[in-house]
Design a protein around this ligand. Structure first.
Ligand code: KIV
Ligand code: ZN
Length: 524
């Protein structure tokens, strides 16, 4: 049955709403925090990917969270922009303020409905929770027509009580009702039971969008999501690369491709521009510093690689023998040779467009072009992946206060390594030299000499952007200071320069964090 929705108008029977929570549930998990610029870049990419709703954050959690939701609401056009709120009036008012500038806004309010959460977390009687459902949705509806209500720990809630809460939310004006599997406990048959029950028992359930939100603690988030859709859920909550609390959320790329590949089993269609999936996944990896594992479905390096001879033989005869979707349909293209050192700025800008970057600002374009020329001088072949790594590196660097200028390193087996480093801090040039146990240690000591700080290095990893000995290195550095954790990334053909860029990126993020107040606990 078609549904009338304040933000989407008439929603066709088979249309499935993709609600992306990369910037809220995803960003909430340790190591995945992003700064404002990174969130805006990600929100832009999500809009281009065609998601229907972006959950931009939890405005009451911290001034930084408020600022990013407010900015995304003001600047990103296309998707509905949602802000999360617990049931307390202060939460709802803060979320309402943050999303006010959006062309289409949503307040997403939630409260726990399971016996365990009500007794130990909320310390509330069920009847008080029921009243809070009505009050919170009513208040949210005073501020926007599009209100989503979620039953936290819904999958472990008593069926009768869950039905009463959902009914109360609908009566109070919720336009979407979400039943999360908050702790990743459910099996697909639980989803079938819950969504069938809601549609059969709750008056008005056919007038709202039923939504599913699944965590991956048992590795079942995507399976549970598809089961919920088959049982009548019309909105899917998911994240890029499946990031999120603990084991993460259902991965957007997996649910979107499952729906597209198996229309016989999962009814419905999504509005995702699937060809943009890979670049969105890579952008998130670049921003957060976490690559997906090689065998990750859809976006892993090996997702379309055929190693076994028998598979390769079949592929050559007919790709459909071993391929259920084409690599191109999710954005994988054959690694292609791009321009060389004689290519001009216009060709470079054109290349960026074909790689899916919108118009870069003049500064970012100039910096990226200068680095491209430099790379083309040093590297025999420059691939699309090289350009992507380099531009992403420029984009995430944004308004860094501490900038890399130059580095000379002496390393080898004959004595301590030595590094001479030049940096720019707030536009002022600084230089230092230092020794260390290896070139990375010497360089990081030089950074300390120029910019003394207490942060501890807790992770350092190196990967290659492409193949071959002249490939760019992509490095990740994690720093921790006073309970705050940040990740930085860097890419360069010189591994030590890449490491330096990653360290500086992390340090810059730490400076931004220092200016922010601590977020409040993110629980209802
Ligand atoms: O997992 C969960 O229950 C949530 C809610 C806040 C929707 O993330
Ligand atoms: Zn969640």
């Amino acid at each position: 049955m078609t549904i009338q929705h304040p933000n989407f108008g008439e929603i066709a029977d088979d249309r499935i709403i993709i609600f992306d929570t990369t910037l809220r549930d995803g960003e909430q998990s340790p190591g995945f925090s992003m700064n404002l610029e990174e969130k805006l870049r990600m929100a832009e990419a999500l809009a281009e990917l065609g998601v229907d709703v972006i959950e931009a954050g939890f405005p009451i959690a911290s001034p930084g969270d408020y600022e990013s939701v407010e900015s995304i609401a003001r600047l990103i056009r296309g998707p509905v922009i949602a802000g999360l709120a617990r049931s307390a009036p202060a939460d709802i008012l803060r979320a309402a303020d943050a999303v006010r500038g959006a062309a289409r806004s949503r307040i997403h309010t939630f409260i726990s409905t399971s016996p365990l959460h009500m007794k130990y977390k909320l310390r509330m009687e069920p009847e008080a929770v029921l009243q809070a459902v009505t009050d919170s949705v009513t208040l949210a509806r005073h501020h926007t027509d599009d209100v989503e209500w979620s039953a936290e720990d819904g999958s472990r809630s008593d069926s009768d009580f869950l039905c009463r809460c959902v009914e109360a939310a609908i009566r109070a004006g919720a336009t979407t009702v979400n039943v999360p599997d908050t702790v990743g406990y459910a099996l697909p048959e639980d989803m079938t039971r819950i969504f069938t029950m809601l549609r059969e028992r709750v008056p008005g359930a056919d007038r709202v969008i039923l939504s599913t939100h699944n965590h991956n603690d048992l590795g079942l988030a995507v399976a549970n999501t598809l089961a919920a859709v088959a049982a009548g859920a019309r909105q899917i909550e998911c994240t890029i690369n499946g990031i999120g609390e603990r084991a993460g959320n259902a991965a957007l790329e997996e649910v979107a491709m499952a729906i597209r590949t198996r229309p016989d089993a999962v009814p419905g269609r999504v509005g995702i521009v699937t060809e943009r999936i890979l670049m969105t996944s890579k952008l998130l990896s670049t921003i957060t510093g976490f690559d997906v594992q090689p065998n990750k479905a859809i976006v892993g390096r090996n997702a379309f690689a055929h190693e076994a001879g028998i598979h390769q033989d079949g592929m050559l005869k007919n790709a459909a023998t071993y391929e259920i979707m084409t690599p191109e349909s999710v954005g994988w293209a054959k690694t292609s040779l791009v321009m060389g050192k004689h290519s001009g700025r216009a060709a470079f800008r054109d290349k960026l467009k074909t790689l899916g970057y919108g118009e870069l600002g003049d500064n970012a374009l100039n910096d990226a072009f200068r680095r491209f020329k430099d790379l083309a001088d040093r590297k025999k072949t420059v691939y699309d992946e090289d350009i992507t790594a380099l531009v992403d590196d420029e984009v995430v660097r944004g308004k860094d206060r501490i900038r890399f200028v130059a580095l000379d390193v002496r390393a080898g087996s004959r004595g301590p390594a030595h590094a001479e480093l030049e940096l720019e801090i707030d536009g002022v040039a600084h230089a230092a030299s230092a020794t260390g146990d290896g070139p990375v240690d010497a360089t990081f000591n030089a950074i300390h000499a120029i910019f003394p700080h207490q942060a501890k290095l807790t992770l350092f990893s190196i990967g290659a952007v492409t193949e071959g000995t002249d490939a760019q290195a992509r490095t990740t550095v994690r720093l921790e200071e006073a309970g705050k954790m940040v990740d930085g990334q860097g890419a360069d053909t010189d591994t030590i320069v890449a490491a330096t860029r990653a360290y500086l990126h992390a340090l810059n993020k730490l400076l931004v964090k220092r200016e922010r107040t601590e977020p409040q606990a993110l629980s209802a």
